[in-house]
Ligand binder design. Structure first.
Ligand SMILES: [Zn+2]
Length: 127
């Protein structure tokens, strides 16, 4: 899914910069040891944040067109991504994590993303 593992995509970097700008502490990038490798985790508070690509996760809002060729392949691949994400969410929740998924298209409005994250942290009494 990511062209360069570990280095951070443009969207991840934007999220990290926003969190750093908020002065929030205790979060970690690309937690490889947590199920599904969330883009951000608050380890002690057990909050996992993912950014889901609209194409790769079949965003119903963007409803991106599949490539004309190998349609079946892409359909299967995207379906598999959705199933995988769901099973990671379930696993994380069983392990006591709170999971937040942010759509790629939501990243166009960082103010809303910021509010979403802060709301969650307040709701879970983490702030
Ligand atoms: Zn979308």
């Amino acid at each position: 899914m990511r062209a360069v593992k570990g280095k951070g995509t443009r969207l991840e970097k934007r999220l990290w910069a926003m969190l750093a700008g908020l002065g929030l502490k205790g979060w970690k990038k690309n937690a490889g040891d947590v199920a599904g490798k969330p883009d951000v985790v608050f380890l002690n508070q057990r909050v996992a944040i993912f950014i889901d690509g609209c194409f790769w996760h079949g965003c119903p809002y963007c409803n991106r067109k599949l490539p004309a060729t190998n349609r079946e392949y892409w359909e299967k691949k995207i379906k598999r991504n959705i199933e995988l994400a769901r099973s990671y969410d379930e696993q994380l929740q069983r392990e006591g994590w709170v999971v937040l998924r942010i759509w790629e298209h939501e990243m166009a409005d960082m103010k809303t993303v910021r509010i979403k994250i802060l709301h969650l942290l307040v709701k879970e009494r983490l702030l």
